[in-house]
Design a protein around this ligand. Structure first.
Ligand SMILES: [Zn+2]
Length: 189
């Protein structure tokens, strides 16, 4: 763990990883998030796009919605969002509008995440081992740091997508595929 992250950051990322595991167990892309203030978790969320057939049901958006209800305000000042994968453009935009102070991410999201939109003039990327950037609006700055428990977050995603590749009929018979894999793994042990 580098200086960028504290033991408390690690504890909170573990909570986000537990949310990601819930998504994994429900055959959703395994991304989880927790929203915190002063080290206290005020909202938890995991990806639910398949279950709801709603493209906006990302872990981060669910956390923001719960956080607004908890604080009875759309301004989530002083909150830190821990998410297992770099947020997509939608979630970044919502976090900026909600005045979130900082986002700490597990692994990068090369397809839809911060690095994919670094061409935007408002995203500044420093040359460091971790990806550390800021998004600015006219009256708010949102800091984004990637790389906390990177391996754990990435391996959950890799396991999920390798399962999808192994079972191309996933969408039509997801649960039976998962059962088959579990049975197969157990029988090999
Ligand atoms: Zn998102």
């Amino acid at each position: 763990m580098t200086k960028e992250f504290t033991k408390e950051d690690q504890r909170l990322m573990i909570a986000a990883l537990k949310e990601a595991k819930k998504a994994f167990d429900k055959n959703e892309i395994p991304i989880g998030a927790v929203l915190t203030i002063g080290g206290k978790i005020i909202a938890r969320g995991h990806n639910q796009t398949e279950k709801t057939q709603d493209a906006t049901k990302h872990a981060e958006i669910i956390c923001l919605q719960k956080g607004c209800r908890y604080l009875k305000s759309w301004r989530l000042y002083e909150t830190i969002l821990y998410t297992t994968t770099e947020p997509c453009i939608m979630c970044l935009g919502a976090a900026l509008l909600a005045r979130i102070k900082k986002i700490i991410c597990g692994c990068p999201n090369m397809r839809h995440g911060l690095k994919s939109i670094c061409f935007l003039p408002l995203a500044r990327q420093k040359k460091s081992r971790e990806c550390s950037s800021s998004l600015h609006s006219s009256n708010h700055q949102l800091k984004i740091v990637t790389g906390l428990m990177h391996a754990e977050a990435q391996s959950m995603l890799q396991n999920f997508f390798s399962m999808l590749r192994s079972f191309p009929t996933y969408k039509s018979s997801t649960s039976s595929c998962l059962k088959e894999e579990t049975t197969s793994k157990n029988s090999q042990e």
